[in-house]
Design a protein around this ligand. Structure first.
Ligand code: PRP
Length: 210
């Protein structure tokens, strides 16, 4: 039995469809259900629905053998797992954005609003820019609009949120997408099963027929 942590929500449902198309469906699965664990003995899988930002914790600590998580979340938590495959979905960019008329004052630390504190600190340290982090949990785009920060360090998918709040991208920091991950010990002991699942998924991603 392979235990797989899936991110709750639309992305998780898409990933489940991908796994089902690869032969790892679960007879018990129902998107409307509030049940958090689904098992299928015949296909040798059990799925857990977890909060997207918690997938890495379940996999790193071995409560799940495998999982599906965004690269943004994995980088932020520096999750110690194997990244087996880029699923080519949930694609977006980690960006620095600001008000359209923003002019940087290099004589003082840059005030950066973000949910991704560690990733922002790493990025600004790599360019030797002193910053003051303003940690927020959502609606990050509000911060520069209200003068709480100079810039935001956040993910941009369609760009609609930036556009509707009169913000623009200053730098694209990295490409983000959804990754298939595995617990390191589980990969050692169940390598055959995990590699077989990964190969089947690899065979169908990008074809859009799931
Ligand atoms: C994310 C991100 C941006 C938005 C970008 O927020 O933090 O606010 O999506 O998407 P877009 O480029 O397609 O507009 P999320 O929906 O996770 O909500 P949040 O405010 O809780 O962070």
């Amino acid at each position: 039995m392979i235990k797989i942590a899936l991110p709750k929500g639309r992305l998780g449902e898409k990933v489940y469809s991908l796994l089902a198309a690869a032969g790892y469906g679960c007879a018990e699965y129902s998107p409307a259900s509030r049940k958090l664990i689904f098992c299928d003995d015949k296909n040798g899988v059990s799925y857990f629905w977890v909060k997207p930002s918690d997938v890495g914790v379940y996999v790193e600590l071995g409560a799940a053998d495998m999982g599906v998580a965004g690269k943004d979340v994995l980088d932020e938590a520096r999750t110690d797992v194997y990244e087996l495959l880029d699923l080519d979905i949930g694609k977006c960019k980690m960006c620095v954005a600001a008000k359209k008329d923003f002019k940087e004052d290099f004589t003082r630390p840059l005030r950066v609003a973000t949910k991704f504190v560690n990733s922002a600190e790493r990025y600004y340290s790599s360019i030797s820019r002193e910053i003051q982090i303003i940690k927020l949990n959502g609606s990050i785009e509000l911060a520069p609009v209200l003068g709480l920060s100079d810039v935001i360090f956040d993910i941009v998918e369609t760009g609609t949120t930036l556009k509707q709040n009169d913000l623009c991208v200053l730098h694209e920091v990295s490409n983000i997408s959804t990754r298939l991950i595995a617990n390191k010990a589980a990969y050692k002991f169940q390598r055959g099963d995990i590699d077989a699942l990964t190969a089947k998924i690899k065979g169908i991603i990008g074809y859009g027929n799931y």
